[in-house]
Ligand binder design. Structure first.
Ligand SMILES: [Zn+2]
Ligand SMILES: [Zn+2]
Length: 165
């Protein structure tokens, strides 16, 4: 990850502190950026650009979807956010606090995994394959507990009890 001081970013997890992080990356502190960051920090999850747009416009109705796209893209390129793909959609989360993910291929539920949980595996893989494994942002795909218990065949009729952002 080019030029990102993960150590610095890691400890700066409040919205106020993100202002400083934005500044440090040469990104201006704009209302859409601060809103996107604050929504992601508060929800502590990963959200699609359209979901983010929906939440942003609740407070700032004039902000367009393209503004949201442009800003999540810029912040992703600068290492503040990262994206997780599912069903043709990208959900964005705060990359500043390093973590991995488990993703349910059936219902799309996403959960964070501590970097320590994969550290030894990553070290082994590096030794065996020669690949430098990214220290965060990995996605392990599988089935969540609820989908493992659910014998119904397809995605279609799942009750909306757990919203997929
Ligand atoms: Zn993430
Ligand atoms: Zn599931």
């Amino acid at each position: 990850m080019e030029g990102i001081e993960m150590k610095d970013v890691e400890v700066k997890h409040t919205v106020a502190e993100f202002e400083e992080v934005l500044r440090g990356k040469g990104l201006r502190r704009t209302i859409p950026r601060m809103m996107i960051l604050s929504i992601l920090v508060e929800s502590s999850t990963h959200l699609s650009a359209s979901r983010l747009h929906h939440l942003v416009t609740a407070a700032q109705p004039t902000i367009s979807i393209s503004t949201v796209y442009r800003n999540v893209t810029a912040m992703t390129e600068h290492g503040l956010l990262h994206g997780v793909e599912y069903a043709g959609q990208t959900r964005f989360g705060i990359a500043a606090a390093p973590h991995h993910h488990v993703l349910c291929e059936r219902c799309g539920v996403l959960a964070d995994v501590a970097v320590e949980d994969l550290a030894q595996t990553a070290t082994n893989l590096m030794a065996r394959t020669g690949f430098e494994i990214s220290p965060s942002g990995q996605v392990l795909r599988g089935r969540c507990r609820q989908c493992r218990d659910d014998r119904r065949p397809a995605v279609a009729c799942r009750a909306p009890s757990r919203p997929v952002a």
